[in-house]
Design a protein around this ligand. Structure first.
Ligand code: ADP
Ligand code: MG
Length: 258
């Protein structure tokens, strides 16, 4: 089981879009996938057609030890499972401070399902807070979605520094899985400059798959669907399909379709 945190403390860079669409694309390639929504906004939850119900247990109850992972997981219509979130999760930040081993809660919970999934993708909130730390402690690696714009690189050094601290103190194994260029506009000179800078800095850590700006990716969540289920032939859906194949290739797995 490979646990991957999709993280960037900037909002609006494509974390949730990548989490939902990559989950669907990996499931399509016969991978058993669990998507964890770790953002109180619950966008990954609704983006998979799951209601943000207060009645059912979510990742919030799980982190505070009030439910089991098996109890909180729900099936989506798209071949993967989800651990949903809702606004309650915003309170976890403060409530976790009281608990011993507060950075380890998600990791401990995931230990109970190691054999059930091939991939666990964690959609992180746009902050370097205790929720994100829980994701980084639980994960083997991080995927960093980013828009190729001027301030993107600045934010990246804060993130790299956080990863270094987590590696030193909490999770020595943690590595950068890859940087994902999202909402890419090939016509823009600035985009290309930033993209070049990125590859000269991070080399093959930058995925060769690029996610273009594509309106279908923006529309799909309002239908509660990954782009693949909304418009499979769209450039956006295709790009996430290619990313899933690149990921499996990097992890030495074959990519036979379902
Ligand atoms: P984050 O989770 O990092 O805050 P989102 O995935 O929610 O970012 O994306 C921010 C906004 O941009 C959303 O409205 C989303 O639908 C839109 N979006 C994300 N990726 C793309 C893309 N490749 N093309 C067009 N719109 C996109
Ligand atoms: Mg998000």
């Amino acid at each position: 089981m490979r646990i991957l945190a999709i993280t960037n403390q900037k909002g609006g860079v494509g974390k949730t879009t990548s989490a939902v669409n990559l989950s669907a694309a990996l499931a399509h390639l016969k991978q058993r996938v669990l998507l964890i929504d770790l953002d109180p906004q619950g966008n990954a939850t609704t983006g998979c057609g799951i209601a943000k119900s207060d009645a059912l247990p979510t990742v919030y109850q799980l982190l505070l030890g009030d439910t089991t992972l098996a109890n909180a997981i729900q099936k989506t219509e798209f071949g993967f499972d989800i651990l949903p979130a809702n606004r309650e999760l915003a309170g976890a930040e403060i409530e976790l401070i009281e608990l011993d081993g507060r950075e380890q809660k998600l990791k401990e919970a995931l230990a109970t399902v190691v054999d059930r999934y091939d991939y666990v993708l964690i959609d992180c909130p746009p902050a370097l807070n205790m929720l994100t730390v829980n994701a980084l402690v639980a994960s083997k690696s991080v995927m960093i979605p980013m828009q190729c714009e001027y301030y993107a690189l600045e934010g990246l050094s804060d993130l790299v520094e956080t990863l270094r601290k987590v590696r030193e103190n909490l999770n020595p194994e943690l590595e950068i899985e890859g940087l994902l260029r999202t909402m890419y506009n090939a016509q823009s000179t600035l985009t290309q400059q930033v993209s070049d800078e990125l590859t000269s800095h991070f080399g093959n850590k930058v995925y060769s798959t690029i996610i273009p700006r594509n309106v279908r990716l923006a529309e799909a969540p309002s239908h509660g669907k990954p782009a693949m289920a909304y418009d499979a032939s769209s450039k956006g859906a295709q790009a996430y399909g290619a990313l899933a194949e690149e990921l499996l290739g990097r992890h030495g797995k074959s990519t036979a379709k379902k």
